[in-house]
Write a protein that binds this ligand. Structure first.
Ligand code: UD1
Length: 418
């Protein structure tokens, strides 16, 4: 199993370039299923999940070509597509669930394996299923699969989500593009990834309004066309670099970073003592003192993203003062706290609250990455530990951060794969 070896102590300084967002690129790829012909997604990140999504689309009958040098994937979608997404792929790639909406809309049937739980907690799919059922699909759970069928075109409906789920908003929105009539999603997710997907669908000929707001309206059309779309830059990767600069008393310019997609995390970093400036095509984060502890509660966008929660806990672990971090999106996300405590962090977890008492320095030890963001949080922790930290199961980190070790090295850190 691959490991990362991180020597603590460096002040990270320099420039990093952020590529397309994992959570957008995978959904854009899944959405190409909605139109026959050749679609192209550019600015894709060089990560294994893109290969897994390519494999899934290939099994559904598409011809997929990935060009990692150009950061592009072209997908030729046939007139008649398959309808089954098997467990071996879905378990590796949760975003596989995003083929559900396009398949039911386009093929009239879909069999998508249930992904099961993962290291950040239970992740329900009831909103996805209820939404599609409101649109007339017959949906059941059978032998570990979501089995969806519809004899006619789906029908527009008013769907109110209990929670502004990113995945459910995306599946309902994609399915609704080819439905009969108007679909309204109330309490829709407002994440930039949802907006990016919606804009791609519009370029394919979909009629969508209200992207980025609580209410998205989709007027179904008979047919969509293939299209080309550039993936928006990864806000979670950008945010991770921002925290890395603040924690290592560094100075990092994040090229392609969208400060407007990170208002809450950047406000918290300013509260912690960082100086943030916008530069052409990105932003710069500079810190020259120990951070001050900050209280944070994760919430759907534009709230503080749950995917940056490990980073803010890690910052608080070495900050001046005590803080409370509250996790409101995924209940299992504090699993990584146990790893951070192996590095000496003083944290008490009570339900979905973590109380953190900042200490001067963490102390290097072997730790295990349990998921992508926990892994990135541990890399930041290792950078501010005394000594050498070995992070096991580093493949998790690679899933979200294309070539993190070499980017860290270019900023002055001593990080190698072992
Ligand atoms: C996506 C992101 C993930 C990010 C999350 C929240 C991808 C591949 N993953 O996950 O990185 O952390 O958004 O920004 O894009 N829920 C239900 N029933 C449902 C759907 C969701 O109960 O049918 C619950 C979930 O268990 C969770 C909450 O709603 O507690 C939010 O989940 P959701 O927004 O759907 O997250 P994902 O789309 O899975």
């Amino acid at each position: 199993m691959e490991r990362l070896r991180v020597v603590g102590g460096a002040r990270l300084s320099g420039t990093v370039k952020v590529s397309g967002a994992k959570n957008s690129a995978l959904k854009l790829m899944a959405a190409t299923l909605l139109a026959p012909g050749k679609s192209k997604i550019t600015n894709i990140p060089a990560i294994a999940d893109v290969d897994f999504m390519a494999e899934l689309l290939t099994r559904l009958g598409c011809k997929v070509e990935i060009n990692n040098v150009a950061g592009e994937v072209s997908i030729e979608v046939p007139e008649v597509i398959g309808h089954r997404a098997d467990y071996d792929l879905v378990r590796k790639l949760r975003a596989s669930i995003n083929v559900l909406g396009p398949l039911i809309a386009r093929a009239g049937s879909a069999e998508v394996a249930l992904p099961g739980g993962d290291a950040i907690g239970t992740r329900g799919l009831d909103f996805h299923m209820n939404g599609l059922s409101d649109m007339g699909a017959e949906i059941k759970l059978e032998h570990g699969f979501i089995v969806a069928n519809t004899k006619q075109r789906l029908k527009g409906a008013v769907i109110t989500l209990e929670f502004p789920s990113v995945g459910a908003t995306e599946n309902i929105m994609t399915a609704a593009t080819l439905a009969d009539g108007i679909t309204t999603i109330e309490n829709a997710a407002r994440e930039p990834d949802v907006v990016d997907l919606g804009e791609f669908l519009i370029s394919m000929g979909a009629k969508i309004t209200g992207l980025g707001s609580h209410t998205i309206k989709i007027e179904g059309v008979k047919k969509l066309n293939s299209a080309t779309h550039a993936t928006l830059p990864d806000r979670i990767v950008s945010g991770t670099w921002a925290f890395a600069a603040a924690m290592t008393k560094g100075d990092i310019t994040i090229v392609n970073g969208r400060a407007d997609h990170l208002e809450m995390p950047l406000d918290k970093l300013v509260e912690a003592g960082a100086v943030i400036t916008t530069v052409e095509n990105g932003f710069r984060v500079k810190m020259d003192k120990r951070p001050t502890a900050v209280d944070v509660a994760t919430l759907p966008y534009p709230g503080f993203p749950t995917d940056l929660q490990p980073m803010v806990i890690t910052l608080n672990a070495i900050a001046d003062g005590t803080s409370i971090v509250t996790e409101n999106v995924f209940e299992g996300r504090f699993m990584f706290v146990n790893e951070l405590m192996r590095l000496g962090a003083k944290i008490q977890v009570d339900g979905h609250h973590a109380a953190i008492t900042g200490i001067d320095q963490l102390s290097a030890a072997p730790v295990v990455a349990t998921d992508i963001r926990a892994g990135a949080g541990l890399v930041l922790a290792a950078l501010v530990s005394d000594g050498v930290t070995i992070i096991e199961d580093a493949f998790h980190i690679d899933r979200g951060y294309p070539d993190l070790p070499s980017q860290l090295q270019s900023l002055g850190a001593d990080v190698t794969r072992v």
